[in-house]
Design a protein around this ligand. Structure first.
Ligand code: UD1
Ligand code: UDP
Length: 440
């Protein structure tokens, strides 16, 4: 079996690293394709180093540009590689332009697409990431899904349960594997060593790069005015290149950089960043990955967004959405800083993203699909069967698998009282309501 992995940005490298490890350790053939969307050493090479993954076999070097140009160049480059390499499956991760490009190209070449971190929805189509993840899901054959909630998003859109695999999120694998290594190694980045982070209290780690925040002068100005008032905190701000550029363009960078309690540093490596976040009192971010890492590392998070495709972190109690509203940011930050009971409750929020075995579950499932011939994407030769869409209230003890076998059916949705459940094979359906297709 040959697995191709397409990645292009910092979070994809981090979240695919545990899967790449798993592929290499099982001696499965790997073809690693970097789109080159992130190209600075601090945004790319340092993560291959810190996470100890092999260098890419191909780099398409697309660089920065508009969405159309970037995606188009990626598609051209990925297509050439895939036509040559002919992998059994192409894995893409998350919601970047690499996901869009990789998924469209592979599916048109009739190569199976596996979407890692599938099923997330912000329900905000103004976000480029929402477009990317939805389009990718339409073209995928296997879905590696972090939580039951995200799996239910896909069921609600009509995807077959047979292709949905709840794995947890590989961000937990990466965190667990690397935090102890990081702590033993200590800080490497000079800017952090100079700040003596080990002996610093009241650390607030800040990251922001989301287009809807940093490209909008009003929003970014509001966020900065809140930061100025958080002068009891030591704000460490490893700045994303996009953010540095827009703050400079808006004429906001120099003033922010001159404040004593705000330390703007360049983006830092993963091992340094893990140490920094795990020592933080509070994380303020608009990053997707950081919302997940915060709850994994038991650090309260305030998210600088009006919606999130990670609502589990909010319902679990570890994350609060504060938008870019100065008063809401300050009110919640001060509550976390001054109300110990409140802060403790946030820290104790249960991590919804699994036990750190997402990569293992992902590669297990790929192997199973491969062995069962399910990665072969071929035009069907069976004449299409007709089916009826039905609903039933189940009175007897019967599992999903048994119900489907008995009725020649495929279950879509399961309602346990008011709560929707994911129809895993072994779920007992007694007293639950189901919708299903019954084949003739
Ligand atoms: C991209 C992803 C976003 C993800 C983020 C992770 C898309 C649509 N966006 O956003 O989902 O959360 O990566 O960080 O795929 N730049 C550099 N050096 C680099 C990379 C970028 O200077 O190595 C600067 C360039 O000015 C560039 C800007 O950052 O124009 C934005 O980069 P781009 O890759 O287009 O989007 P991100 O904001 O990084
Ligand atoms: N990160 C890092 N160094 C930094 C900032 C972030 O290693 O200076 C890591 C962080 O641990 C997380 C990932 O980068 O795993 C998040 O990436 P980003 O915020 O760029 O993208 P998103 O997750 O929003 O797509």
């Amino acid at each position: 079996m040959k697995i191709a992995v397409v990645l292009g940005t910092r979070p994809e490298i981090i979240k695919m690293a545990p899967i790449i490890d798993e592929i290499v350790n099982r001696d499965i053939e790997l073809c690693l394709i970097h789109t080159g969307q992130h190209y600075d050493k601090e945004m790319s090479d340092n993560f291959f180093r810190d996470l100890e993954i092999p260098a890419p076999d191909y780099n398409i070097n697309v660089g920065s540009g508009s969405h159309g140009k970037q995606t188009g160049l990626m598609m051209r480059g990925i297509e050439e590689v895939l036509m040559d390499e002919k992998p059994d499956i192409v894995l893409v991760q998350g919601d970047t332009n690499a996901v869009l490009a990789g998924a469209i190209v592979a599916s048109k070449l009739h190569i199976a697409v596996g979407h890692v971190e599938a099923g997330l929805r912000s329900f905000d189509m103004t976000m480029p990431e929402e477009v990317n993840r939805r389009v990718c899901d339409v073209t995928s054959s296997m879905y590696f899904i972090p939580t039951e909630e995200s799996a239910i998003n896909l069921l609600a859109e009509g995807y077959s349960r047979k292709n949905l695999i709840i794995t947890g999120n590989t961000v937990v694998d990466a965190c667990f594997r690397h935090l102890e290594i990081a702590k033993k190694r200590g800080f490497e980045e000079e800017s952090l060593a100079d700040l003596d982070i080990d002996n610093m209290d009241n650390i607030l780690t800040l990251t922001m790069h989301r287009a809807e925040n940093v490209d909008d002068k009003t929003r970014v100005t509001n966020i900065i005015s809140a930061l100025k008032e958080l002068s009891d905190m030591n704000i460490i701000f490893p700045i994303h290149p996009r953010t540095k550029k827009t703050l400079q363009d808006f004429g906001l960078f120099d003033e922010l950089n001159s404040l004593d309690h705000i330390h703007i540093i360049k983006p830092i490596g993963y091992l340094d960043f893990l140490q920094l976040t795990s020592k933080s009192t509070l994380i303020l971010t608009d990053s997707g990955g950081l919302q997940e890492e915060a709850i994994t590392l038991d650090v309260p998070a305030l998210t600088l967004r009006y919606n999130t495709e990670r609502p589990e972190t909010v319902t679990a109690g570890g994350n609060i959405l504060v938008g870019s509203d100065k008063d809401v940011i300050l009110e919640n930050a001060n509550k976390i800083l001054n109300d110990e009971e409140f802060a403790q409750k946030m820290k104790n929020a249960v991590n919804p993203y699994g036990q750190g075995d997402a990569a293992e579950k992902t590669v297990d499932a790929i192997q199973e699909f491969y062995d069962g011939g399910l990665l072969n994407i071929e035009a069907p030769e069976d004449i299409m069967t007709s089916f009826e869409r039905k609903m039933a209230l189940i009175n007897e003890d019967v599992t999903v698998k048994d119900f489907e076998e008995k009725n020649n059916a495929l279950i879509h949705m399961v309602f346990d009282g008011e709560k929707m459940r994911f129809p895993s094979d072994e779920l007992n359906l007694k007293e639950m309501c189901v919708t299903y297709d019954e084949f003739q």
